[in-house]
Design a protein around this ligand. Structure first.
Ligand code: CDP
Length: 245
């Protein structure tokens, strides 16, 4: 696979390693309601990054002593399959996966009306099928759709993307090589209806002005992603069958 360090990440025409312009997203595929056994599900693809999310609930919290009297608990597991990365990945949950499960859960909690389901649990499972950069943002984007598909009341969806700096230039939606060999990587997740940021992390360094420009670039990507999410939800809930009378 072409994951060794390339000589340069942006060519003389301003094109990136995969031919994109700096402000361009990868090809995105979104489908809602893709699994039968869970209450809600979604599949989201950003270029080579492929993620499933599935939701169970609201259902009785288990074990019962974990139940809260005034709201549902939201459990979240972000996991990378063993075949999602090139290296030999440990079978259990790595520290990175535990941390990502936590930050993803905290982001989802900001938009979910948990107080409507006391003593219940809502369980979110994110499985990364193939990783090529931006798995946490793709996972969050998919998880919010799976929650909506499960009929969980929410204030908004969450749309997310990473921005970063490669060869000194700000770019949208980093792929793995850009993430690995670039100077900075900043995943951003938002509840776009409220223009509020629900996750923001930064790996590497940005100047204050780069940070501002990067955030604006992320917002531009997020509004494109949000539209695609809404279209996918509409497709899921519109029926082509004529109504039976
Ligand atoms: O995936 P995301 O950008 O949210 O998180 P990261 O920790 O910044 O990882 C960036 C990328 O590194 C992933 O998307 C994978 O492509 C790759 N990676 C990997 O190859 N093996 C791992 N154990 C973790 C990440």
């Amino acid at each position: 696979m072409g994951n060794s360090k390339p000589e340069r990440l942006i060519d003389e025409n301003g094109r990136r390693i995969d031919g994109r312009r700096p402000d361009e997203l990868r090809p995105i595929k979104i489908e809602v309601g893709v699994l039968d056994k869970s209450d809600g599900s979604a599949y989201v693809e950003f270029g080579g990054t492929k993620v499933f999310a599935a939701v169970f609930g609201p259902r009785e919290a288990h074990p019962k002593h974990l139940a809260l009297p005034d709201r549902a608990i939201l459990n979240c597991r972000y996991h990378m399959t063993s075949f999602s990365v090139e290296e030999r990945k440990p079978l259990g949950m790595t520290r990175r996966e535990v941390e990502l499960s936590k930050v993803i859960r905290e982001a989802l909690e900001t938009v979910t009306f948990l107080e409507e389901f006391p003593r219940a649990s809502i369980d979110v499972y994110i499985e990364v099928i193939q990783a090529d950069g931006g798995t946490r943002t793709t996972g969050l984007t998919a998880a919010s759709l799976a929650l909506a598909d499960a009929g969980i009341p929410m204030a908004d969806l969450i749309a997310a993307v990473a921005v970063g700096k490669v060869d000194g230039q700000l770019v949208l939606d980093l792929c793995d090589v850009e993430d690995k060999y670039g100077e900075a990587d900043m995943p951003v997740a938002m509840a776009p209806r409220f223009n509020s940021i629900v996750l923001l992390q930064l790996n590497g360094r940005l100047t204050p002005s780069e940070f501002k420009k990067g955030l604006a670039l992320a917002q531009k990507g997020i509004s494109e992603i949000y539209k695609l999410q809404q279209e996918a939800l509409k497709k899921r809930f519109s029926t082509s069958k004529p109504l039976e009378v």
